[in-house]
Design a protein. Structure first.
Lengths: 118, 353
């Protein structure tokens, strides 16, 4: 994550607010997106499941949350293949990957906050 | 990141607002490009109809319309516009689909900011060079304010959207139709929407002669603008000014490669078009142009939007699509003379005015 955020930031300190905004937006939106993913699986709606998984995979990859992106991509591919049973099986792995990366992102946000306030 | 024509204009389409933020920051703030963003592909297509973007960056997977479908629609109207397709999807099937759809570049998410800026800047510069090589100069000649906008407003919007240079000649301020100062400013507003050079003269309304000064005004515009294509009134028209302008333009534009005549509300039943320009993406632009002539809308029922729309809809029975502007082609010496984006030949025997 830190490597990817450094890549987004580049050599330019002026990109710092963008990085904070991206991380903040991701944390804010992720619970609802996980919920939509679970609902899609629950309804056995392959399209909704694939869309939700694909969207979350893209956002996670954008921040360098590679494990979460990979888990979401698995669900996306199973949903596209019509294997909602396998997609459902992988849902806990998605949640676990999010649970792993969320504190990292929150930690980064908390570390930045004093600067933002100042 | 700029050249003589200003910063590159980029349209970015992605349903993820965070990706839009990132791309906007990289291309806009860091790269100095002019960036517009859209989350909805349909809205992006509408923007493409009215703004001459240099590059489009689009996601592949979006609800409603995929990036590949967007690419196909975009290619129908802007075949040369550089398009960068981005996706998080790992499947090569998408990459192959994008390349078959003639995407110029395919970038994987997560986007590398340095790579993104490099690719978009290079494609934009290349696209501008290509566009400059195929850029047309178009001159539309009308007797009164709003004549050319009624006749070929959609086509002029299409020329503007593909980056062609547009110039307009309006020979009178239309004194018979109201305050000349107001009508002049209305003409200027419409010209601004097309970024067009406007030759606005003040010859005597309803009494335009075929020879000078009418001829001299049109001739000066032709010499200065050096158009590839001239649009003007048809001879098959009941209004004496329109016929005079047609005849004067035929002389002034005698060396212009392509000359075509548009339909006016006063067109005679003998108006006999042989080309049909599809303006599906530009009917809204045409209505925006005509809305500039507010002083006339309450006086002239032919300017009411439903009449404009119904007329364009009617002609689509020959031109295909949904909205069409009819033209009598007098001369088309070059294969590239008539805009390839929109023209259909008449379904029956051809007729030159």
């Amino acid at each position: 994550v830190t490597r990817r955020l450094a890549e987004i930031r580049g050599p330019d300190d002026a990109a710092e607010p963008l990085v904070r905004r991206l991380v903040g937006s991701f944390i804010e939106r992720a619970p609802a997106r996980l919920e939509r993913l679970a609902e899609g699986v629950g309804r056995r709606d392959a399209i909704a499941t694939a869309e939700a998984a694909h969207g979350l995979a893209g956002s996670a990859a954008n921040l360098g949350a590679e494990l979460l992106a990979a888990r979401c991509t698995e669900v996306d591919e199973y949903a596209r293949a019509g294997r909602l049973d396998l997609a459902a099986d992988r849902l806990p792995a998605v949640r676990a990957a999010y649970a792993e990366v969320e504190p990292v992102l929150r930690g980064l946000l908390a570390a930045w906050r004093p600067e933002a306030g100042g | 990141m700029t050249d003589g024509a200003g910063a590159l204009q980029v349209l970015v389409v992605d349903d993820d607002p965070d990706i839009l933020l990132l791309v906007e920051d990289v291309l806009g703030r860091r790269g100095g490009l002019r960036v517009s963003t859209e989350q909805e592909p349909e809205a992006a297509l509408r923007r493409l109809g009215s703004t001459p973007y240099d590059v489009v960056v689009t996601d592949v997977e979006m609800p409603g319309m995929t990036g590949l479908e967007l690419l196909a629609k975009l290619r129908e109207h802007r075949p040369m516009l550089p398009v960068v397709v981005i996706t998080a999807h790992p499947s090569v099937e998408y990459a192959v689909g994008a390349l078959r759809g003639e995407a110029d570049e395919f970038l994987r998410k997560p986007l590398d900011p340095v790579e993104l800026l490099r690719v978009v800047t290079a494609l934009g510069a290349e696209g501008r060079n290509r566009a400059a090589a195929s850029r047309q100069v178009v001159l539309a000649v009308g007797a009164h304010p709003d004549d050319v906008e009624i006749g070929v407003g959609g086509l002029l919007c299409a020329h503007h959207a593909r980056g062609d240079e547009v110039a307009l000649v309006t020979l009178t301020h239309g004194a018979r139709g109201g305050d000349t100062g107001l009508r002049g400013s209305e003409s200027r507003s419409a010209a601004e929407l097309l970024n067009a050079r406007l030759y606005l003269e003040d010859l005597e309304d309803t009494r335009l002669p075929v020879n000078d000064p009418t001829l001299a005004v049109i001739q000066r515009a032709v010499v200065e603008v050096r158009p590839d294509t001239v649009y003007t009134h048809s001879l098959n028209d009941l209004h004496q000014d329109h016929r005079a302008v047609h005849q004067a333009t035929m002389v002034a534009a005698r060396r212009v490669a392509t000359v075509a005549c548009y339909q006016s509300p006063s067109a005679a039943v003998s108006f006999h078009p042989n080309r049909f320009a599809g303006i599906d993406d530009h009917i809204d632009g045409k209505l925006r142009l005509l809305a500039c002539f507010a002083s006339q809308v309450s006086l002239r029922d032919y300017l009411e939007p439903d009449v404009i729309i119904a007329t364009a809809r009617y002609w689509s029975r020959f031109g295909g699509g949904r909205y069409t502007e009819p033209l009598e082609v007098v001369r088309d010496r070059t294969a590239a003379g008539m805009p390839a984006f929109a023209v259909h030949a008449a379904p029956e025997s051809s007729h030159a005015a």
